[in-house]
Design a protein around this ligand. Structure first.
Ligand code: PEP
Length: 256
């Protein structure tokens, strides 16, 4: 982490877990645990139909809310989709874009990720752009090439004056929900490369201001070591974000 230049962010991705009726209870517990956290920005990304409940619960706390996905299109006949403008209008601040589960299970392409990044920014949402290699790609030694390509496509058309409104999450696909975590060196190496590419695309000043998160089985035991890497500025947390106490142990680990 480098607090001098960029924000530390601890974001929870609930995926398709918890019920609307459980949001308030979760929120009260988290607010009790983390009443005045100043060392990082806390973000909760619930399923879309729980966004409103989460926004209400966290309205009196320093806890922000994000969606897990948005549509590539601005509005219209796209049954079942949710637009960036709708998410923004509710009051959410962030949106996860290009999560590997959307790429893997719903065939989301790099091109669609790019459209979502741009439409999120246009509507005043901060996209948390997920990048990550599969185990096969890591074993083939093409991790950095793959990440560079994903990043370049995701940011296509994003001008320099808007790029500060972007967060990157490095999430090795083989580490998500598997209990396998990248070592801090492995994660640190990829995040360093992401920053190097941001530097070559947007210059050093902008690159050093962008928060890069790690995601993939992060928990209270491994968070401190991962977050000690200079280019890892926070975490995107799935499983461990479902329990306020486990999530808070990661928030605490970010206080270093
Ligand atoms: C994620 O969903 O982004 C994630 C990192 O999940 P988990 O923490 O469960 O691996």
């Amino acid at each position: 982490m480098n607090r001098k230049y960029r924000k530390t962010i601890i974001a929870g991705n609930w995926k398709m877990n918890l019920l609307p009726s459980e949001v308030k209870g979760y929120g009260e517990k988290l607010k009790c645990l983390a009443p005045k956290v100043k060392w990082c920005e806390i973000v909760i990304c619930p399923p879309s139909l729980m966004l409103q409940a989460a926004l209400k619960t966290f309205s009196n706390a320093r806890i922000h809310v994000g969606a897990q996905n948005i549509c590539t299109e601005a509005k219209g006949a796209y049954t079942g989709e949710i637009s960036a403008a709708q998410v923004k209008d509710l009051g959410a601040k962030y949106v996860i874009v290009g999560h590997s589960e959307r790429r893997q299970y719903y065939g989301e392409t790099d091109k669609q990720v790019n459209l979502k990044v741009n439409i999120a920014i246009e509507n005043g949402l901060i996209p948390i752009i997920c990048l990550g290699e599969t185990l096969e790609q890591r074993e083939m030694g093409i991790t950095l090439d793959h990440i560079r390509l994903q990043l370049k496509i995701a940011l296509s058309g994003v001008p320099a004056d808007k790029i500060r409104k972007v967060v990157i999450a490095y999430e090795p696909v083989w580490a998500i929900g598997t209990g396998k975590t990248a070592t801090s060196e492995e994660a640190g190496e990829v995040c360093k490369e992401i920053r190097a590419q941001l530097r070559s695309l947007y210059g050093a000043r902008i690159a050093r201001s962008i928060s890069i998160l790690y995601g993939g089985s992060m928990n209270g035991d491994n968070a401190a070591e991962l977050l000690a890497q200079p280019d890892i500025d926070g975490g995107l947390i799935g499983g461990a974000s479902l329990d306020p106490e486990k999530f808070y142990s990661i928030i605490l680990a970010a206080n270093q």
